[in-house]
Write a protein that binds this ligand. Sequence first.
Ligand SMILES: NC(=O)c1ccc[n+]([C@@H]2O[C@H](COP(=O)([O-])OP(=O)(O)OC[C@H]3O[C@@H](n4cnc5c(N)ncnc54)[C@H](O)[C@@H]3O)[C@@H](O)[C@H]2O)c1
Length: 278
Amino acid sequence: MGMFEGKKGLILGVANEASIAWAIASEIMAAGGVCGFSHLPDGDNRKKNSGRVKKCIEKHPNPELAKFVAPLDVQKDEDIAAFMSTAKDELGQLDFVLHSIAFATLDDLKNETIATSREGFKLAMDISAYSFLAVCNAAKDLLAPESAVLTMTYFGGEKCLPGYNVMGICKAALDASVKYAAYDLGPQGVRVNAISAGPLKTLASSAVGAKDMIWLYSQIAPLGRNITHDEVGRVGAFMLSPYSNGISGEILHVDGGYNIMGSPGRLLDKLAAAQPAT
Ligand SMILES: NC(=O)c1ccc[n+]([C@@H]2O[C@H](COP(=O)([O-])OP(=O)(O)OC[C@H]3O[C@@H](n4cnc5c(N)ncnc54)[C@H](O)[C@@H]3O)[C@@H](O)[C@H]2O)c1
């Protein structure tokens, strides 16, 4: 029997097959979990959002475990309320909720962090940090005892990673939100955690220079390689399953150990070896 047999929950943030949310949802569905998916509302210039999510589901070996695909723009309270109402009708009580959503404009990401525009800062924080609290609050009454909420964060919220810029500030706010939400929802038995993933090629990460970071991780991380989508998918499923009961308020790094390094490690050895002898 799969570890999600009889479990139901929400997956917010699948854009396409490369999305971290899809890596986690695939694992959950493979283990028997029933999922309800969000997609960015289909507008004139983003007609294909629902189609892209449905395409991922169609290719999965257990497509029948996707109970619904519904629009959600987390900047709109009415969208969040409507999405939770669909979740209640289609799934009833929820055992897991994944929030895997972030956005900042390219202009703001390209700027030095101190040059972030006021509007760009508000937009990035609204979508990438505040939405997590709003989703937790809207899901509160649907969450079963011993259920789990998970969000996706990045090391750029803990340390300065040039290029990550305003998104680093959003992730710092998200990390703090995880702890406060874990406290708020703890009494009803709900666990709240985050995974801090190493860099992976996705739609969102192309805007924050993931390509260079992927190389850097392969040079500096203790494992000597970057992580894979499958690895994050499996840890995500674990964090949303009863196997992680007892873990709450945690930021779990799935990054090959990159975050423990206080120097470039073996990369430094390579650089030193390339220096002319003095
Ligand atoms: N890819 C990486 O290297 C990496 C590393 C660590 C953390 N993360 C985080 O993982 C999460 C998922 O990103 P991803 O890399 O899978 O990219 P992605 O582009 O596949 O996912 C981002 C999702 O956010 C959604 N979104 C954006 N604005 C929204 C809005 N207003 N309302 C609702 N949904 C909205 C998009 O539709 C998309 O599905 C993000 O929080 C990201 O910061 C990514």
